[in-house]
Design a protein around this ligand. Structure first.
Ligand SMILES: NC(=O)C1=CN([C@@H]2O[C@H](COP(=O)(O)OP(=O)(O)OC[C@H]3O[C@@H](n4cnc5c(N)ncnc54)[C@H](OP(=O)(O)O)[C@@H]3O)[C@@H](O)[C@H]2O)C=CC1
Ligand SMILES: CC(C)CCC[C@@H](C)[C@H]1CC=C2C3=C(CC[C@@]21C)[C@@]1(C)CC[C@H](O)C[C@@H]1CC3
Length: 416
């Protein structure tokens, strides 16, 4: 355990790891975008280079900025609820509008109206490369502004991790915990709105384009769109739960999250739908039903586990969780040791991974490319679980050790 007041240990391989990731992540994203549209669609191996000018369109910055502006305008609309975040170092709590689902519905209405008025939504698929380039550039510029803004922030506003003194590492991890521009909380806004809603919009554009090319969308395309819309809708419906994640409470807002939210999520999480547009896959109803069942099982575990913890954290005497077994900790908080959280230490990750499998299966088994998300997500969650473990050990000490003794598996029962 790190002693109180000592500098936070360096993560992600320190400055060298951070520098490598800042090059590798955008390179991987462009590789995936190009591979999805290439004939062999190989995950490993170089795709054909893009034709000259394919990465740039004068319309892309305009389109991307309009999208960001639209989502910011929806964020600023009156919300059904305003939630308070976790207590900060200076004992204050920030307030956050809970209107993400409203933003999704308003976006759907606007896009629906646009399509009825003749908006060529399918053409968005031709803009993916230039849009990804703009989003990447914007993430770099935005992170630079955030880095500079943090120079003026009081010490109490800085994140525990991203203030090592090494500019590359701090630029990557993010210095300020909750940077705000007026009423807009940059990290909270970016984590849920432009990228997540952008992801389902790109999926929809791919579905429309497939219908234009082949007469109707394929069953596989419907499944991928449906599953991922459910996932995004669920995240926005349960928006308040984001306020207790390590991204909001612990990590600063730097390149990792800015690029992750604005570029990585919309352009790589839509990879299965991109693959299906260029490589149609036959899918029969019986197989589709099995895949739906896999997604339903994953969602049941994911939602059950997340809701159980959120209900317990809000009110441990809630009848839905009051009967569960707990361990007391020195902080006054308790840890669940039965129910979903008694099965493994991260049941929500298990459900999420099962869903990730269901999103790839409609793409068949002839290519590895659509399974990229499952592979990346496994690595992300294993790493995230280890980071959370360290933070919980710091917070709960012996009580956490006791929890680990009672619930020995991390994500997959009897395996890991
Ligand atoms: N699609 C994507 O790219 C990503 C999806 N996700 C998903 O987002 C969701 C949130 O994930 P994440 O923020 O990583 O982590 P969790 O929701 O799993 O939260 C971890 C926290 O839960 C609390 N906790 C842990 N064990 C217990 C217990 N036994 N009893 C009560 N509280 C406990 C601790 O916080 P405390 O005690 O302080 O409350 C711990 O720090 C997950 O479903 C995950 O799968 C996450 C990352 C990326
Ligand atoms: C680019 C890097 C490899 C890492 C970037 C990480 C980000 C993409 C993710 C960090 C935590 C996230 C969460 C979600 C989306 C991905 C990012 C931003 C959710 C909003 C997805 C929906 C879930 O219901 C909640 C998740 C919270 C964390």
């Amino acid at each position: 355990m790190a002693p109180q007041g000592s500098p936070a240990p360096l993560e992600f391989g320190g400055p060298l790891g951070a520098a490598a990731l800042m090059l590798l992540l955008p390179a991987t994203m462009f590789h995936l975008l190009l591979a999805a549209r290439s004939g062999p669609a190989r995950l490993l191996g170089l795709p054909a280079p893009p034709p000259a000018g394919a990465l740039w369109s004068p319309a892309a910055p305009l389109l991307w900025l309009s999208w960001l502006g639209l989502q910011a305008a929806f964020y600023l609309l009156p919300a059904r609820k305003v939630a308070e975040g976790q207590e900060l170092k200076d004992k204050s709590r920030l307030r956050y509008p809970i209107n993400g689902f409203q933003a999704l519905v308003l976006t759907a209405l606007l896009v629906g109206l646009g399509v009825c008025a003749g908006l060529p939504l399918g053409m968005l698929t031709d803009m993916l490369l230039p849009l990804a380039a703009v989003a990447t550039l914007a993430a770099f510029l935005f992170s630079l502004l955030l880095y500079l803004k943090a120079l003026l922030a009081p010490a109490s506003a800085l994140a525990p991790g991203g203030n090592s003194g090494n500019p590359i590492y701090d630029f990557f991890l993010g210095r300020e915990l909750n940077p705000r521009i007026g009423p807009l909380d940059c990290k909270y806004f970016c984590e849920l709105r432009p990228g997540l809603i952008g992801w389902v919009l790109i999926n929809l554009a791919l579905l429309v384009q497939e219908a234009e090319l082949r007469g109707s969308p394929s069953l596989a395309m419907w499944l991928v769109n449906g599953f991922q819309l459910l996932y995004v809708g669920d995240a926005l419906w349960h928006e308040e739960a984001i306020l207790t994640t390590m991204d909001i409470t612990h990590d600063g807002f730097g390149f990792m999250l800015a690029f992750g939210d604005l570029a990585w999520v919309p352009f790589t999480y839509s990879l299965q739908a991109q693959f299906l547009l260029y490589h149609p896959q036959p899918l029969e109803l019986p197989m589709a039903s099995v895949i739906c069942l896999v997604n339903a099982v994953g969602y049941y575990i994911f939602r059950g586990a997340n809701s159980q913890k959120n209900t317990f954290r809000k009110n441990p005497s809630d009848p839905r969780v009051a009967g569960l077994e707990t361990i007391s900790t020195a902080t006054g908080k308790q840890l669940l040791v039965s129910g979903w959280w008694g099965m493994v230490r991260h049941p929500n990750y298990l459900g999420d991974l099962i869903m990730a499998l269901a999103w790839s299966l409609p793409c068949g088994v002839s290519h590895l490319l659509p399974y990229f998300y499952l592979l990346y997500f496994t690595a992300l969650l294993v790493h995230r679980e280890a980071r959370d473990e360290q933070q919980c050990l710091r917070k709960y000490g012996l009580a956490w050790r006791e929890y680990c003794r009672r619930v020995p598996y991390r994500i997959v029962p009897y395996v890991y």
